[in-house]
Design a protein around this ligand. Structure first.
Ligand code: LLP
Length: 424
């Protein structure tokens, strides 16, 4: 009789324990992936990404006629991810000129790109107009002034949305809460009224709707409707963007709302507060990409003092989230995932020169030893995106896996890359 080993729902869809007793992601054996591509490495289950993109589209299609799903590309900005989500028919949110360049490179139709940013430069606004970006999301009066001038100089009319800070706080970490009144993002409600009146008189900016984003990694849906009420009171527009923010499970203990219930909540808010004949935009980042990916590390050292310290070959250069937000992750070994949750309690420490560089605290690990391949799931969102070269560590590759085939879509950095920009 075969024993079915249940991986937690933090792992990519389709992951399993294979006949060899190893972790398998996208049909690929994680031990073999580590051998072939080295570690650390981001391993992406391509089908997981597609399934989540389709879940958004299907959930909207079932409830509302006119909609668009925008990939909030800050969550995983690399060409292959842009390309895949463009293939799935999504639109795209970019937060800078750099993300805009990547989105275009990844094949997004410029008409389906939305440029965000709380401190856009004139150069970024010009770049957006040059590219023919469909919408610019205005974040403050400086944006209005600049974009109006640039569009007028060129004799074009640019479609815009206004980002409103609704004064509603979602339950999440302070650093990723955005809907509260005291925020660096968007127009407060009174300023939004002034901006709307001003844009009604603008010859070069065409205000089509309102935007909000109340926060990120929201594990409850209760902030969306009150925030939508604030937008609904600001007038009547053809387009409403209710942002992203749906939380994900980083560990088995977290039970985020489903994509379907998140969509349901927002569609209902739109229908009841604004109307059925409006275009609804949703802007998910994390919930599209986080659980598609695992990170593979190799254990370099095991040290025992007051605690047990399992030192791996990556850390805060490939996952800043535990250090910035105190985020929790699971950890298991690629060649014995069924032993997850058993063994001595240990800290998984990175290789960087500071004590805060701990990826997972106080996690049971089954007989950790040098050479073991350690896996942390749910690293697709804001992992690659916030990776850095602290301590001269080259950033990891991104490997797409599907049906047992693995391909490198971002190569590992080299030491030459570390000096590639040096000119003196
Ligand atoms: N739309 C706007 C305007 C945003 O600012 C964000 C995220 C999103 C959409 C997508 O939110 P999501 O669906 O991913 O929650 N580095 C942090 C997350 C920062 C989120 C910034 N804005 C982290 O690692 O948790």
């Amino acid at each position: 009789m075969s024993v079915v080993h249940q991986l937690s729902h933090a792992f990519p869809l389709g992951s399993r324990v294979n006949a060899a007793g190893h972790l398998e992601v996208g049909g690929c054996d994680a031990v073999e992936l580590a051998r072939e591509f080295g570690t650390p490495a981001f391993i992406v289950a391509e089908d997981d990404l597609r399934t989540r993109a389709r879940a958004y589209v299907d959930a909207l299609k079932a409830r509302h006629d006119d909609f668009d799903v925008l990939f909030a590309s800050k969550a995983f900005p690399c060409t292959a991810v842009y390309r895949l989500l463009a293939e799935e028919g999504l639109s795209c949110d970019v937060a800078s000129g750099g993300e805009l360049a990547l989105a275009l490179r990844g094949g997004f139709d410029p008409a389906r790109i939305y440029l965000h940013g709380n401190a856009k430069s004139a150069a970024e606004l010009r770049q957006a107009l040059d590219a023919g970006v469909g919408h610019v999301v205005l974040d403050g009066f400086a944006d209005v002034d600049r974009l109006e001038r640039i569009a007028a100089e060129r004799g074009v009319v640019q479609r815009v949305l206004i980002r409103v800070t609704p004064g509603v706080r979602g339950e999440t970490h302070d650093k990723i809460s955005t809907g509260q009144a005291d925020s660096k993002f968007g127009f407060g409600v009174d300023d939004a009224r002034v901006a709307i009146a001003r844009l009604n008189d603008s010859a070069s900016l065409d205000l089509v709707g309102l935007h909000m984003h109340v926060g990120s990694q929201l594990l409850a849906l209760d902030a969306y409707r009150p925030a939508a009420e604030v937008l609904a009171a600001l007038g009547d527009f053809p387009v409403y963007n209710f942002g992203g923010g749906l939380g994900v499970a980083y560990t088995a203990a977290q039970e985020p709302p489903s994509i379907e219930s998140y969509v349901e909540e927002n569609v209902r808010a739109l229908h009841e507060l604004v109307g059925r004949d409006r275009k609804l935009l949703l802007e998910p980042g994390r919930s599209l990409v986080a659980n598609s990916t695992v990170t593979l590390y190799t254990v370099e050292t095991v040290k025992r003092n007051v605690s047990t310290w399992v030192g791996v070959d990556g850390g805060m250069s490939d996952n800043l989230r535990p250090m910035l937000y105190g985020s929790v992750y699971e950890a298991l070994f690629a060649d014995r995932p069924a032993a997850a949750g058993t063994g001595e309690r240990a800290h998984v420490a990175g290789k960087h020169c500071e004590s805060g560089d701990v990826i997972v605290r106080d996690v049971p690990l089954d007989d950790p030893k040098p050479g073991d391949v350690l896996v942390t799931p749910a690293t697709g969102a804001y992992g690659h995106a916030m990776a850095n070269n602290y301590n001269g560590i080259p950033r990891p590759p991104v490997i797409f896996c599907k049906d047992g085939d693995a391909r490198v879509v971002v190569r590992r950095e080299t030491y030459d890359d570390l000096a590639a920009r040096d000119v003196g």
